[in-house]
Design a protein. Structure first.
Ligand code: PAF
Length: 284
C-alpha cells in the first residue's frame, strides 16, 4: 500500500495535531521526490527515532539556477508514495506550490557564512531557496526532528545554522551518504547519466578518497588538492567546479589539516553536475 499523500497545509496541520494529542513525536524528511535508497535510509532512520514520519515532496523552484534544470528534474510522485508504503512512513506531504509560496509571498531566508563558497559560489541564490523552503517545511510540519543526508554537506550546515538562528525547535539529524556498490553517491540526478558517464562517475569518490589518504598521511594540502582536480578531469569528467578542504564544524577553508576536516567537490559530467564529500579519516 502507498503512503497517503497530503496536499494542503490545513490537512497537514490537522493530522499532526491529532498525532500530538496521542503523544507522538514527529520527524520530517524533506525531499524533492524521485526517491532512491538514500532517501529511504533517511526514512528508516527517522522511523527508528519517532512514532510518526512525514516525508515532504516539493520540487522547490527557488533553489534551481536554470529553468531547464527545474523542468528536467525527475517527478515520480506515485512511485515515491509506493516506495514509502512498505517502510511505514505515515504521510507524503506533497504541497501545491501555492501552499509554500502563496500569492504575494515576499520573504527569503538568507544564511551567510556557511552558504558562501563551494556550491554557493556556483549556484547564486540556491541556498536562499533551500533555507526558505526548509524553514517553511519545519514550521508547517512542526516536526521534532529532521533528517538530512551528508551528501549535501553544505546544505546540512545551512539548514542547521538557519534552524539555530531562527530558534526553530527541531533536532537536525545527519545521516551518512548512501552509495552504490562502486562508491557513487546516490542522487536523483544519477538517472540522467549515460552508460558511459555512469562508468566514469565513481571516479569522483575514488579520487577524493585517495586525496583524503594523502592529507591524513601529512602531505601538503595544496599539491594533493591540485592533483586530485587534475585526476578528476583525467578520469573523464568535463570540468571540476571545486575540490576543497574545509573544516568539519563550520566549513572554514583550510590550507592544512589542522582540525577535523572534509574534502568537498563538485564536477560536471556532460549536462550533469555531481557533488560528493568525504570526511578525512573516514572510509567511503
Ligand atoms: O536536498 C533536497 O532534496 C532539497 O534541497 C530539500 C532539502 C528537500 C529542499 O528543497
Amino acid at each position: 500500500m502507498s503512503t497517503p499523500v497530503v496536499r494542503t497545509l490545513a490537512e497537514l496541520r490537522a493530522t499532526v495535531a491529532g498525532w500530538r494529542r496521542e503523544g507522538a513525536r514527529v520527524a520530517v524528511v524533506p525531499t524533492m521526490g524521485a526517491l532512491h535508497e538514500g532517501h529511504l535510509g533517511l526514512v528508516r532512520a527517522a522511523l527508528g527515532r519517532t512514532e510518526k514520519v512525514i516525508v515532504t515532496l516539493f520540487v522547490n523552484p527557488r533553489q534551481f539556477n536554470s529553468a531547464a534544470d527545474l523542468a528536467a528534474y525527475p517527478r515520480t510522485e506515485a512511485e515515491d508514495a509506493r516506495k514509502l508504503g512498505p517502510l511505514g512512513a505515515h504521510m507524503l506531504y506533497a504541497p501545491d506550490a501555492a501552499e509554500i509560496y502563496p500569492p504575494g509571498f515576499a520573504t527569503s531566508v538568507s544564511v551567510s557564512g556557511v552558504s558562501e563558497g563551494l556550491c554557493g559560489a556556483f549556484r547564486p541564490g540556491h541556498f536562499d531557496g533551500v533555507a526558505t523552503v526548509v524553514a517553511k517545511l519545519f514550521l508547517q510540519t512542526r516536526a521534532d526532528l529532521a533528517f538530512f543526508g551528508e551528501k549535501d554537506f553544505q546544505q546540512l550546515h545551512v539548514v542547521r545554522r538557519m534552524a539555530r538562528d531562527l530558534d526553530i525547535p527541531i533536532e537536525i539529524v545527519a545521516c551518512p551518504t548512501a552509495r552504490e556498490a562502486d562508491g557513487l553517491a546516490l542522487s536523483s540526478r544519477n538517472v540522467r547519466l549515460s552508460a558511459a558517464q555512469r562508468a566514469v562517475a565513481p571516479a569522483l569518490v575514488r579520487i577524493l578518497a585517495a586525496a583524503a589518504r594523502r592529507l591524513a598521511a601529512g602531505e601538503p594540502a595544496r599539491a594533493a588538492l591540485d592533483e586530485a582536480k587534475a585526476a578528476v578531469v583525467a578520469a573523464g569528467f568535463d570540468s571540476v567546479e571545486y575540490l576543497e578542504l574545509r573544516a568539519e564544524d563550520d566549513l572554514a577553508p583550510l590550507e592544512s589539516l589542522d582540525r577535523p576536516a572534509r574534502l568537498l567537490a563538485a564536477a560536471w559530467l556532460g549536462e550533469t553536475r555531481l557533488i560528493d564529500n568525504l570526511e578525512i579519516g573516514a572510509a567511503p
